[in-house]
Design a protein around this ligand. Structure first.
Ligand SMILES: Cc1cc2nc3c(=O)[nH]c(=O)nc-3n(C[C@H](O)[C@H](O)[C@H](O)COP(=O)(O)O)c2cc1C
Length: 223
């Protein structure tokens, strides 16, 4: 099957060859055209206003008890926190991540702040991770709605990054969200070029949607 061409209003010139997304055609934007490219334009810079709009999407995402148990480090390409992150990327991420205009390093609050136990309640670490993931998804989609692309990643030494950035003990570094504009394939190595062409697969709905009881299929339409 050939890759669908993205012709909607959110297309950028670099988006014309879009990685395949079978089954996602009926989704609303920006979910429909969201995917995780690995070729970023390493000259593209994001303005402060754009970054703030993306962060606002995380700020206004829902969270359990409205505790908002997240924190972010803005690693703008070439800046000190970016340099610290790049040093600890996994081999597979070391080529493409540094090219993105910015990486939002995410952290979840997993314990109360010892200096302020009342002001930083934590319900359960699992809920903090849930809420952080939701904030990350909101930022990812906000970026897409602005014509940008985001690629989340977990492949880096989080303890080393936390140490180098001075992240306090009651937060856990969880992921990075690389955000930017797509670059051209000639500028990257074979591995990152090939990564963009991979078919995108998803488990069928019947694998993870249950009906009358766990294990009973839900609806004919679930496939
Ligand atoms: C928490 C998390 C960690 C991820 N870690 C990596 C990573 O280390 N390297 C990478 O290239 N992609 C990483 N990804 C991207 C996924 O591989 C990608 O989202 C998945 O293959 C689905 O592709 P799509 O986003 O294009 O739909 C990660 C995504 C998430 C949400």
């Amino acid at each position: 099957m050939s890759a669908p061409v993205n012709t909607d209003a959110m297309s950028n010139p670099g988006d014309r060859v879009h990685a395949p997304m079978p089954g996602a055609e009926a989704l609303a934007e920006p979910m429909r055209s969201r995917w995780s490219p690995s070729i970023f334009d390493d000259r593209h810079v994001l303005g402060r206003d754009e970054l703030i709009r993306i962060l606002r999407a995380g700020q206004w995402s829902p969270s359990s008890g409205n505790l908002q148990p997240w924190a972010f480090v803005m690693a703008e390409r070439g800046g000190p926190s970016h340099v610290a992150l790049v040093e600890h990327l996994s081999r597979g991420n070391a080529g493409w991540v540094p090219r993105a205009a910015v990486v939002i390093i995410t952290a979840a609050r997993v314990a109360a702040d010892p200096a302020d136990p009342d002001g930083s309640r934590v319900k359960a670490a699992a809920l903090s991770y849930y809420d952080l993931g939701q904030a990350a998804a909101h930022m990812t989609l906000q970026a897409r709605s602005m014509g940008l692309h985001a690629h989340q990643f977990g492949g880096f030494d989080k303890d080393a990054v936390a140490r180098d950035l001075g992240v306090p003990e009651h937060y856990r570094v969880v992921s990075g969200i690389a955000i930017g504009r797509r670059g051209t394939a000639v500028e990257v190595d074979d591995r990152d070029r090939e990564r963009e062409q991979r078919e995108r697969h998803r488990r069928p709905l019947q694998d993870f949607v249950h009906g009358a009881a766990w294990g009973s299929p839900w609806g004919e339409e679930a496939r």
